[in-house]
Design a protein around this ligand. Sequence first.
Ligand code: AKB
Length: 316
Amino acid sequence: MSEKILVIGANGQIGTELVNTLRTIHGAAQVIASDINDPAYAIRNSGPFEFVNVLDKDNLHHIFDKHRPTQVYLLAAILSAVGEQKPKMAWDLNMTGLIQVLDLAVEFNVAKVFWPSSIAVFGPHSPQYNTPQYCVMDPNTVYGFSKLAGERWCEYYHAKHGLDVRSLRYPGLIGWRANPGGGTTDYAVHIFHEALKTGKYQSFLSSETALPMMYMDDAIRATLSLMDAPADQLTIRSSYNLAGLSFTPCQLANEIKNHLPGFEISYADNDPRQAIADSWPKSIDDSQATADWGWKLEYDLPKMVADMLVNLKNVI
Ligand code: AKB
């Protein structure tokens, strides 16, 4: 059966990469990109596009009815840093948007739904190192607890409605094709842009703040592997831990210096994103993803930095 795939929130950091990969695999016409804003440059002319506001149920219903998707990726969300500036809006978008899409997926018999969760579901009392799949979870950002509640809704729709919904707890994502939009891990993308443009960067996180991160190629591969896995192999219907690699701003800067020896890093004091980062895990245990659907990371820090610099140099 040929797939018809609807990507909601296609303009974002994950969406622009995912849409292009899905179009390569399934054909451009089979992948409907949608967003509340004009299509991002990276997906503008590569296939069909619809304007969608996930908070507008009639609009969403019309799009489901028109395209009858077999798979839906719901990527529209407000991330951690912006979420703290607009807490009610973040809750509304992240929660109402998800529930409306889950309802429509049930109504239109969508075969599979993907929804991203995050390492932000963990909080200050979660184990900080090698954070397990199941542990204390007390997120203290609106983004974090909207993702945790969203995970519960996903598991609930799977249990009550038989909806095949799948999810990953993404670490911070690093890619050269698109910019991140308002997260705590954004420094790890901005640093590359500034290293190439100006040769220096001021990190808003302190030099020793370790966080789990992942190169976009690995993140897209993880997403598609999870979506391709046989349903009966999946033991987690909330969201799978995904580890990536853990490093500090200082370690990332040192790796960049191996390619750009004159690069200079400095560190800002008192950025509100520091407290968010301090409440998140430093490393993650993703052994369940490996056991259930064979997950294996490909990009370590040196490989990621080399690939980022080579590709970004050609587009900025
Ligand atoms: C953020 O920093 O908010 C996101 C995330 C880790 O989910 N990149």
